[in-house]
Design a protein around this ligand. Structure first.
Ligand code: SF4
Ligand code: SF4
Length: 160
């Protein structure tokens, strides 16, 4: 192919590609009902992330400040990069039974790759994805979080 023909082939190919893109842009521009772009951070108050969004690992607690974590450490063992530290302790119940409970479930968000292995492998279903995504901080230590809330306890009936 001569360079003259190639020049015009490329030129018309470029124009066609441009018109294809402008057609899509024009469709959304003249169809307000189909707008998908969000004005962030102006929409911060009303912003709801979609269900499958992986913002951070959290430990859900119920209204009685109870969670499902037994302190077994399986999530820690399965985390590929050491983002989780489980510190548990042994206590004696009023019935005289010795049981292990979670002391601190430490999550290093700054090291997390959001693979989800900790959530998938937890036998008690104690972890979940949270939807918080504004993680910018000046102090890196703030990205280390204790997932079990102060004063919380395990939901009765959940055994290791
Ligand atoms: S979050 Fe799940 S896997 Fe991790 S220590 Fe608690 S119960 Fe075990
Ligand atoms: S999501 Fe993956 S990297 Fe993050 S804490 Fe869980 S297992 Fe570790």
């Amino acid at each position: 192919m001569s360079s003259f023909i190639k020049y015009f082939t490329d030129l018309f190919g470029g124009i066609k590609s441009l018109l294809t893109g402008l057609t899509v842009t024009g469709k959304y521009f003249f169809s307000p009902g189909e707008i998908v772009t969000q004005q962030y951070p102006e929409n911060r108050k009303n912003l709801v992330m979609f269900d499958r969004f992986k913002g951070e690992v959290i430990m859900p607690h119920n209204e009685n400040n109870e969670h499902r974590c037994t302190g077994c450490g399986i999530c820690e063992n399965n985390c590929p990069n050491g983002s989780i530290e489980v510190i548990s302790k042994r206590i004696e119940t009023p019935e005289g039974k010795k049981v292990r409970i979670i002391d601190q479930h430490i999550y290093h968000l700054s090291m997390c790759t959001f693979c989800g292995l900790c959530i998938k492998t937890c036998p008690s279903n104690a972890l979940a994805w949270g939807q918080e995504f504004e993680h910018a901080v000046f102090d890196r230590a703030k990205l280390t979080k204790i997932l079990n809330k102060p004063g919380s306890s395990i939901i009765k009936g959940i055994e290791e």
